[in-house]
Design a protein around this ligand. Structure first.
Ligand code: ISL
Length: 548
């Protein structure tokens, strides 16, 4: 077995990082969207929860065509979120609370309102202003047809025509998100400068948005009939615009930039790629520090599939000396309480109109067990805001409040990602549940039933999921067995997962097995649900300690 700790020691290898979707975390000024002041007021909560770091989704000025992933100015803060001075204070505050802080870098595309894109539209074809983006001549008479068959991840063509011209521009996401031309050295220099700008302000690292998209096949060939459906990750290797070899050059150059700053600053890649072995290429020595492994999140609640996913990822990361980074939920996928509450848990989507009924009680039970599984695995983990409260996907949001471009671009066939972005319930009996000041209106309506899931209510219930996360994070911090390292599988009944992290610490998960007896002479450190007659029931996980 490869020695995973052989290279690149560092805090990120086993860190637990909390994802803040800023619009929905805490709204201090009452305008309906979360803000920096709101985050600052909740740092105590995050420290008590026991995470090591936070990652904040884009906070830059943006028309919000895609929740802020359409950036107008990479060196400023959106007025609805605060000011640059407040951002700097937040970084300092986070550090005072012992939390590292990552921010979101969006290098694949800008907003169409970005100065560069406005200049491009105002300049003629072939001009240096246009060369910052990907403009191509249309095909057919008059250039009336798209340059090729590439599809937007949000539905529809990936090309939009410039009015009155035969020129089209590329957008792998919404038309308001034109793709940058990474063949252009000016674009490369600009992002190095942006990275330095934020490192100079003290951030501990960056999450790189669609890290697998920056480089395109220069021949722009058709993708062909297997063009992926809306929001579904591609299956294919050697795709003309996903996961191309050329992206690795960029990340090697960024590694030099960040190393020069010292202080253990890191990059994490967001890259939906077909296999863990493709993902591992992003974290080879000299490239990025970590990369989200979305396989756990795509994996149904099935013991064999979970075990295979875990093994494959440990193996792939081990081959390059990197550490895996586990994720159960984020702002793009159906919350896992809901996924796990469906009999066919097909992973993270799709969010079509025809949804199977959901059993939220079952989903919560499995989500609790899933948390203990994820947090017992070797490597780092991300917690998406609200998963520690057991929030479910809000699937009955009225059409007229939906903002996700996938909803509009799929003609309503896909509900989109708003259901996992509903603002956090903090306290009180009625909306806005402490998300904003009383009387304020959150940008998406919160379910009334969330009054039972506020941080305040759960904090007072020792059996709550919030207390389970807190205990798990405390134990994980205290016991050296949970540090960066390996696992060894032990025999368990079919439908169960049983592994040890060292000779003394074990994790047992009853995925779908009959209740079973835990290994002899072991003491239960933490369980996601009570044992019944000394047996671990289905949908339950436990951490155990035994004498060495
Ligand atoms: O979510 C996916 C699969 O379910 C991916 O295809 C995802 O859309 C893609 O990896 C990019 O996501 C990121 O960039 C988007 C933004 O809308 C997402 O919120 C962000 O996480 C464009 O910037």
């Amino acid at each position: 077995m490869p020695d995973r700790t052989a290279q690149q020691p560092g805090w990120w290898r086993d860190a637990v990082i909390y994802q803040i979707y800023i619009r929905s975390f805490a709204d201090a000024d009452g305008n309906g969207v979360g803000d920096i002041a709101g985050i600052r007021s909740r740092l105590g909560y995050l420290r008590e929860l026991g995470v090591d770091a936070i990652w904040i989704t884009p906070w830059y000025p943006s028309p919000m065509a895609d929740g802020g992933y359409d950036v107008v100015d990479y060196r400023a803060i959106a007025p609805e979120f605060g000011t640059l001075a407040e951002a700097e204070e937040l970084i300092a505050d986070a550090h005072r609370h012992g939390l590292r802080m990552l921010i979101d870098l969006v290098p694949n595309h800008t907003s169409d309102r970005h100065r560069w894109f406005q200049e491009a539209l105002a300049s003629p074809p072939g001009s240096p202003q246009r060369a910052r983006y990907v403009f191509r001549t249309g095909t057919g008479p008059g250039g009336d047809t798209e340059p090729n068959d590439w599809r937007s991840t949000f539905g529809g063509s990936a090309w939009t025509r410039v009015p009155g011209e035969d020129q089209w521009y590329l957008h792998l996401f919404a038309p308001e998100q034109p793709d940058l031309n990474w063949e252009n050295p000016e674009v490369r220099d600009e992002f190095v400068d942006v990275i330095r700008f934020w490192l100079d302000r003290g951030v501990d690292g960056f999450r790189i948005d669609v890290a697998n998209a920056l480089v395109k096949d220069p021949m722009f060939p058709d993708v062909g009939p297997e063009a992926p459906d809306v929001l579904e990750p591609p299956e294919r290797v050697d795709h003309p615009h996903w996961d191309r070899e050329g992206v690795h050059e960029i990340y090697k150059s960024w590694r030099h930039v960040i190393e020069a700053y010292g202080g253990d600053r890191v990059f994490v890649a967001e890259a939906w790629v077909p296999t863990p072995y493709r993902l591992a290429r992003y974290v080879r020595p000299g490239e990025l520090h970590s990369a989200f492994n979305f396989d756990l999140l795509r994996c149904p609640w099935d013991a064999d599939r979970l075990r295979a996913t875990i093994d494959e990822n440990l193996d792939a990361m081990g081959e390059v000396g990197a550490s895996p980074t586990w994720v159960l939920s984020n702002h793009d996928v159906t919350r896992h309480v809901t996924r796990y509450g469906r009999s066919l848990t097909s992973g993270h989507g799709p969010r079509t109109e025809r949804l199977e009924p959901v059993d939220l009680e079952l989903g919560l039970r499995r989500a609790r067990a899933g948390a203990l599984l994820m947090l017992a695995l070797p490597g780092g983990a991300y917690i998406y805001q609200g998963e520690e409260l057991g929030l479910w996907e809000v699937e009955d949001l009225p059409d007229d409040v939906l903002q996700d471009p996938t909803f509009i671009r799929s003609d309503g066939r896909i509900r989109g990602r708003d259901g996992c972005r509903v603002p956090m319930p903090w306290s009180g009996d009625a909306p806005p549940f402490g998300f904003g000041p009383d009387g304020s209106q959150p940008w998406l309506p919160q379910p009334l039933a969330w009054k039972a899931l506020t941080a305040q209510v759960l904090r007072e219930d020792p059996g709550s999921i919030l207390e389970l996360y807190r205990s798990a994070l405390r134990i994980r911090r205290e016991l050296p067995a949970f540090r960066d390292g390996d696992l060894a599988w032990l025999d368990g009944p079919p439908g169960a997962l049983l592994f040890e992290r060292d000779a003394t610490v074990l994790c047992a998960v009853n995925v779908t097995a009959a209740p079973f007896r835990l290994p002899e002479q072991s003491e239960v450190l933490l369980a996601s649900a009570p044992l019944v007659d000394g047996l671990l029931p289905p949908g339950t996980a436990a951490w155990l300690r035994r004498a060495a």
